[in-house]
Design a protein around this ligand. Structure first.
Ligand code: SF4
Length: 550
């Protein structure tokens, strides 16, 4: 943001005392960069790296890439260097980033809650096959995540994505990260309001806009009109949640300041009612507050949640109304509470008489080949489209009731289950040590083996137990809001050796009983002992649980 624009906004600002020791808040006059990340963003808008990727780096190869671009600005286009294979978790904190870097990239492609046509699913799969050694994970931010990408292939990948309405712009970085949208928007029989047009409006107006390409840190958005609050609104920086105002009807409440990582915080409800066609304006207002007032001195205090914690929701709303929207918002006397289960796995009725079918891969791990096969099945059964979910699942939309059972059987044969076990349905895992430079432990393979083991030990479980497996404290697979949340770290085994393991968090949840799991000092477990540890927990829970107790 230029200083001129900043000065123009200042004229309308309410009086907020300028602290002696600045936090790097632009709105209070602290515009000089206070750390290397801020300096890099000020030196060159990260959006400019797109042209360098297209016209320089992809032509000249990996060694031509400016390190400031490779380890910084590339993220604005969903590209991170991936971890060199074979470096154990004990080295993660010791080695420099360059020593951890491989010559390949991870690429995130955002779906933003879009309905993916069979052609789009097929394209996503074929990209995995052709350029990513057949990788194509589903993340809990509704992305497809590839690995082993070479910079030479990025232009062709982008070109294929664009043909089916997809891209990787601002999929990472201090930017408007991928938007979570209800996987059943527009079709669920019990939907309060369809927010699809609002998400598309935010995307077309603000994504790739230099006015919003330099936030203090990442900015996560979620929007749903479904009563199950199926986009984890509690842990996003901004969430729009369907609500019915007694006079005005269906619209959205606005929640701000949620986030996990090392200082988790649940979002605060502003208690307002925003009509569908004003959602994009309110998004820009909240994003503007974050850009202008967010803390930029320390990366560890830069997320919106720290500002919301310091201000409180009343002051946040006041600044939003007075300085950014220049009008009051409508208060909502009766915000909704969430209902039901959120992942949409299984076969469900649509409001038009068709069915939607939620499918559970294993901890989000699929392949390009799987997606190509899925596209083939979608075409064969004339399925309208697919959406990814914030729980590493896929929902097929617009399935004819006459073919649904045949479809489910065929999908089962290619690894997508519509009737999974509890363990397969409710276990998520982040990227982990296989590819992530911050990881301390393995996650994806560990989760796969854990699911198989628990399925054989508890084949008929009459409870829903979520297990969230994370490779480090960053909580990308939501350590703190699983029934059993696992944070990767090195622990001591019985012989006193440092080995891969987990700190256990117990009793976390989103939804009606949203809260963070308790972290008990003694609850650390080696990775090798995880199956037995969870089995013991489950046995005790089943023996001692009271009616309705999770
Ligand atoms: Fe990487 Fe840690 Fe996030 Fe897992 S939780 S993907 S290990 S940063």
């Amino acid at each position: 943001m230029s200083d001129n624009r900043f000065q123009a906004k200042r004229a309308t600002r309410t009086e907020i005392p300028r602290p002696k020791k600045g936090e790097g808040q632009w709105a209070l006059g602290y515009t000089e960069p206070l750390n290397k990340n801020e300096e890099s963003k000020k030196n060159d808008d990260p959006l400019n790296v797109r042209d360098r990727i297209l016209y320089t780096y992809s032509k000249r190869g990996f060694d031509s890439i400016d390190p400031a671009d490779m380890r910084g600005r590339f993220r604005w286009f969903g590209l991170y260097t991936q971890r060199k294979p074979g470096i154990d978790g004990g080295k993660t904190a010791i080695l420099d980033e360059e020593e951890l870097d491989d010559r390949y990239f991870m690429m995130r492609v955002r779906s933003d809650g879009k309905l993916l046509s069979p052609a789009a699913v097929g394209t996503l799969g074929q990209i995995g096959v052709d350029f990513a050694r057949d990788t194509a994970d589903i993340t809990d931010r509704q992305n497809i995540q590839y690995h082993w990408i070479e910079v030479e292939n990025v232009p062709e990948i982008w070109s294929r994505l664009e043909e089916v309405g997809l891209h990787s712009t601002e999929a990472c970085g201090d930017s408007p990260r991928p938007f979570l949208g209800s996987p059943v928007a527009g079709v669920a029989a019990d939907e309060i309001i369809d927010g699809t047009s609002a998400l598309r409006e935010i995307e077309s107006r603000y994504l790739g806009d230099p006015a919003f390409s330099n936030f203090p840190r990442k900015f996560k958005t979620a929007l749903t009109g479904h009563p199950s609050h199926d986009v984890a609104p509690e842990i996003n920086d901004i969430a729009f949640v369907g609500t019915v105002h007694p006079e005005h009807g269906p619209g959205f409440d606005v929640w701000v300041g949620g986030g996990l990582s090392t200082n988790p915080r649940l979002a605060e409800k502003l208690g307002v009612w925003v009509p569908l066609d004003e959602v994009a304006d309110v998004w820009a207002g909240v994003a503007g507050i974050f850009r202008d007032y967010g803390y930029r001195r320390l990366r560890s205090r830069a997320r919106l949640k720290f500002l919301v914690a310091d201000w409180g929701k009343d002051k946040f709303r006041e600044v939003l109304e007075n300085e950014y929207l220049e009008r009051p918002l409508v208060s909502n006397p009766s915000p909704e509470s969430p209902l039901g289960h959120r992942d949409h796995v299984g076969i469900h009725d649509q409001k038009d008489g068709k069915k939607y079918v939620g499918l559970a891969p294993i901890a989000g791990r699929i392949s390009g080949t799987h997606l190509v096969e899925l596209a083939g099945v979608m075409e064969k059964f004339a399925v309208e489209g697919a959406r990814l979910t914030p729980y590493q699942k896929i929902v097929l939309i617009g399935v004819s009731p006459e073919v649904v059972e045949e479809l489910v059987t065929e999908l089962d044969g290619i690894g997508f289950s519509a009737r999974p076990s509890n363990w397969r349905q409710n276990t998520m895992a982040c990227t982990g040590i296989e590819f992530c430079k911050l990881a301390i432990v393995d996650t994806k393979d560990r989760a796969r083996d854990l699911i198989a083991s628990l399925e054989s030990r508890f084949p008929e479980l009459d409870a829903s137990i979520t297990v969230n497996v994370n490779g480090c404290p960053n909580a990308c697979a939501r350590t703190q809001v699983g029934d059993i949340g696992l944070k990767g770290q090195l622990v001591l085994d019985d012989d006193g050796n440092q080995v891969e393991g987990f700190q256990v968090h117990l009793g976390g949840a989103t939804g009606l009983t949203a809260n963070f799991g308790r972290k008990l000092r003694a609850h650390k477990v080696t990775s090798a002992g995880l199956d037995d540890y969870i089995s013991a927990l489950v046995v005790n829970y089943l023996a001692d649980r009271e009616e309705g107790e999770t």
